[in-house]
Design a protein around this ligand. Sequence first.
Ligand SMILES: NC(=O)c1ccc[n+]([C@@H]2O[C@H](COP(=O)([O-])OP(=O)(O)OC[C@H]3O[C@@H](n4cnc5c(N)ncnc54)[C@H](O)[C@@H]3O)[C@@H](O)[C@H]2O)c1
Ligand SMILES: O=c1ccn([C@@H]2O[C@H](COP(=O)(O)OP(=O)(O)O[C@H]3O[C@H](CO)[C@@H](O)[C@H](O)[C@H]3O)[C@@H](O)[C@H]2O)c(=O)[nH]1
Length: 441
Amino acid sequence: MRLTVIGTGYLGATHAACMAELGHEVLGVDVDPDKIAALRAGRVPFHEPGLPELIAQHTATGRLRFTTSYEEAAAFGQVHFSCVGTPQSKDSEAADLTYVDAVIENLGPLLPEGALVVGKSTVPVGTADRLAGRLAELAGPGAELAWNPEFLREGFAVADTLRPDRLVLGVRSARAEELLRAVYAPVIAAGTPVVSADFPTAELVKTAANAFLATKISFINAMAEVCEAAGADVSVLAEAIGHDERIGRKFLRAGVGFGGGCLPKDIRAFAHRADELGVSLAFLREVDRINMRRRDRVVELARDLCGGAVLGARIAVLGAAFKPDSDDIRDSPALNVAARLRLDGADVTVYDPQAMDNARKAFPLLGYALSAEEAVRGADVVLHLTEWPEFRELDPERLRTLAGRPRIVDGRGVLDAGRWAAAGWEFRALGRPAPGGEERQ
Ligand SMILES: NC(=O)c1ccc[n+]([C@@H]2O[C@H](COP(=O)([O-])OP(=O)(O)OC[C@H]3O[C@@H](n4cnc5c(N)ncnc54)[C@H](O)[C@@H]3O)[C@@H](O)[C@H]2O)c1
Ligand SMILES: O=c1ccn([C@@H]2O[C@H](COP(=O)(O)OP(=O)(O)O[C@H]3O[C@H](CO)[C@@H](O)[C@H](O)[C@H]3O)[C@@H](O)[C@H]2O)c(=O)[nH]1
């Protein structure tokens, strides 16, 4: 089939490449000419494992092309996937729907009869119904809308798109469902469950899934707070409760909390939308508060380790991306902590294997090092805030010879506390006692 993918960011570029991989002819569309120029040259303007290979392969054969022209897109595609951003509004918790609206305004008047526009962005419930009305005004009754939310995780985006846990098809006609089933035929044939739903249910599946995931993380982080107060170990607690299959072991990693371009803004937008509907999701605001408190706790631990104030202290921050295998720094806990310590007068040096360019642009006042070792050299405190595999491989013995003072906070709970302590480090982790005794408060 001939498909367009409108908005070629983290979601759209992956979706476009994966649709080409499924055998479709794909045209990616973006308003950012630099992004389109990079993609046309087979380059991916962000870090996502496996994606550069797919983009290069399918741009080389011509099955995947890119444009900035909506006219070209409307003339080309039978199905148009809308993958533009829905960030948090500048002045409230609500989602900013400017870009989602712009796709319909730009594409609608150009569409031929029978075109299907498919929303993939994460939107407040009720958006699809509103957009369908607007599309009907702009394009006439021949064009139709469907809603097909996306559940991919950054770092696993290609695998999650080609082998998702489920496909959710929000449709208003048998024809729309048939078209979407045809688009995803190889994925469905591989056994992926398909859930057909009305628009509001399809929209809500997405926001409910992210709300649940965020709640699970904040639940374990609240337990970490209790563990800190009681001298218990949250990593053992998480393992033990996770053996109960009703709870499950996934998404119970305590630490500095969730960040990124999805969970934080999606729970805020969901709570806001629920308020508009007269339903209280106040617990999601508490989920948000617990999450932000973990960042405060790391700042507090850094302060404690520096003897009460960080003014003039040298602090190494390992990690800038919001999670490993990504260069995405949107709402990154690591950079938020780093920036706050800088504001308090610390001399902060950050190292990340992939996110340095993005971090430098967004936080030009922080210092940057070319390696973990360089960041640690002379540091009074080391903060491990993004769990890249290479940080787990660091040699605590060698780093001890480089650090000004051997003190480390493991904000992700994955470093081997005993090994670091044995190498002479004062080791602190969130929700866990310090090795060899009660956690020092
Ligand atoms: N990033 C993820 O892992 C992920 C996963 C699932 C769902 N989502 C949802 O998908 C949506 C997109 O997220 P993202 O992370 O890819 O955002 P992004 O900011 O990386 O990408 C959005 C892209 O849309 C482009 N754009 C903006 N206005 C446009 C317009 N009028 N026409 C064409 N292109 C336009 C931007 O230039 C940008 O390239 C959001 O709703 C997000 O919540 C994201
Ligand atoms: O046990 C855990 C698991 C995750 N995190 C943090 O939570 C954040 C989000 O992680 P993850 O969900 O893996 O990354 P995203 O790529 O943001 O994916 C989420 O957001 C996407 C956009 O909506 C959805 O499509 C995905 O299903 C959903 O997992 C990151 O900061 C992680 O460090 C934890 O702190 N503890």
